[in-house]
Design a protein around this ligand. Sequence first.
Ligand SMILES: Cc1ncc(COP(=O)(O)O)c(C=O)c1O
Length: 417
Amino acid sequence: MGERDATRLWHPFADMGAVRDNELVLERGEDVWVWDSEGKRYLDATASLWYANVGHGRPEIAAAVAAQFKQLEAYSAFGDFVTPVARELAETLADLAPMPSRIFLTTGGGESIDAAAKIARRYWSAIGQPQRTLLISRTSGYHGTNGFGTALAGIPANREGFGPQVETLQVPHDSLEALEDAIQQAGAERVAAVFAEPVIGAGGVYPPLPGYIEGVAEICRRTGALFVADAVICAFGRLGTWFGVERFGVQPDMITFAKGVTSGYLPLGGVVASERVAAPFFEAPGGPVLRHGATYAAHAACCAAGLANIELLEREGLVTRGRELEGVLLDALKPLSADHRVSEVRGGLGTMAAVALSDELLRSRPSAVTDVVMGARERGVLVRGLAGGVAVSPPLTATAEHFGLIHDAVAAALAAL
Ligand SMILES: Cc1ncc(COP(=O)(O)O)c(C=O)c1O
């Protein structure tokens, strides 16, 4: 095909040379299903990009957004402006959060990471420790693709080729000792914050070792660094709680969220900032001002989608279901590990799992991950390729029967290699 026929849309994270003439056009969705432009039905085993927690096509969210549009589509939240729906969402989120907090709203996960990084640095400068600027993250961690998020990337390929970046340090994702050492070596008085996903998602679905998240919280408490839990994937039921971190009984200094807060119906994210972090900014007129924020932060229609989505999650018991399903999903996929081309099936914490391919297969067949993704797709199941395997994170409305279909499609795709 010539230049003129290629798509005009530049896709994120895409080999456009291959995708330019080969897009998968999805037209319609209902619950765990989506349909392409040729009418073929797929099981959405990834809830799109880890976000469609209540499933697709829910009329309740559409109605709430339409009602908000009729009232006032949007108004800025800069300075003293606010809409009732933004206030209500902030109240609701603060009530659900595991620690007393204030809510800073953004339009997505990466923006929430950048907001949290800047809040951390601004907090330290506001309380007289401006030298605390260093940010620490974990190998295999994914924190979006904005400026700070790129620098925090624990997947090296996501940092490469973009030139000099903000100073960060990556530590092995499963070692508390390495974190402690890194803080000591850098000088505890220089560390602004430690970023950690409760369960690493895009980097490969790695549940933390027992005690790891609790240990991070403790090291941060002891060294003064702020603990930022990146719950962009893990919140809103994915781990069976509102913000994921409750599974570990910790109270981070900040929690970043997005995705499941609206189940992706409209773009919204934010930062749950503990009272400790928010206090200098809220204390009295004339205090420090956080000169950070996006035009569409606290967008009224997005907030309406968030409230309607939270109501659905609550009413249908989907938050606790995220935990009830964790064993069911793992049990459904575990038999895949009997295949010599599979090195392990990871998961068991929340409704998310990964099927890791063997090193030998990855070496002998560099296209193996793509081949499994495409093989499952041919069989009507959408899974997501990761470094070394495929991820599964279906809507929280999915059932054991759907998990069986995912298993069968991946098994058949492996067999066809
Ligand atoms: C843990 C985590 N943090 C941040 C982000 C970035 O979110 P967004 O893509 O909305 O910018 C993601 C996206 O997948 C994520 O998984």
